[in-house]
Design a protein around this ligand. Structure first.
Ligand code: ZN
Length: 157
């Protein structure tokens, strides 16, 4: 029992020291900071994703005019890199956003697979439904990315 108490006292002393050192006059310690290299990477991936988003927008007119091969080419070509870029970007985010971002990337990929399936059966309704979903999920992903071009947002990272 004595032994236990001394261990407990030691643990409490360690915890107290830890709390005191954390509660010091430097409240900036809580925000994870990004290196210049990471900020550049985030910016580069964000720009790439904005371009790919533009490509996504060309899906509905192609579906409406039954240009199924073009839809297929789009999904396997430029949009094929989408998941890779999203997952790479997700890895650069803080742990909480990272988890959400990887979940949303999986959603996006799932909808693209469905659009690809729709091109095989020429199912416009399925293609357009998944297009709406993919756009929604994609924008949810973009919302998770901090705008590193604004210094006031860097403080929130
Ligand atoms: Zn979804």
């Amino acid at each position: 029992m004595i032994r236990f108490r001394s261990i407990l006292a030691l643990v409490l002393a360690v915890i107290t020291t830890f709390l005191v050192s954390c509660g010091g006059p430097t409240p900036t310690a809580q925000a994870p900071t990004y290196s210049t290299a990471q900020i550049e990477q985030i910016q580069r991936y964000s720009e790439d994703l904005e371009i790919l988003r533009e490509r996504l927008l060309s899906i509905p007119p192609l579906v409406q005019s039954s240009q199924w091969n073009d839809v297929k080419t789009l999904i396997h070509g430029p949009l094929g890199e989408l998941r890779f870029k999203m997952l790479n970007l997700a890895r650069l985010l803080d742990p909480k956003s990272q988890e959400e971002a990887s979940a949303v990337s999986k959603e996006v990929f799932g909808h693209l697979v469905n659009i690809d399936e729709a091109t095989q059966t020429e199912d416009s309704a399925k293609a357009l439904r998944n297009y709406n979903e993919v756009l929604k999920d994609f924008d949810a992903f973009l919302d998770l990315i901090p705008d590193v071009t604004k210094p006031e947002n860097l403080a929130l990272l």
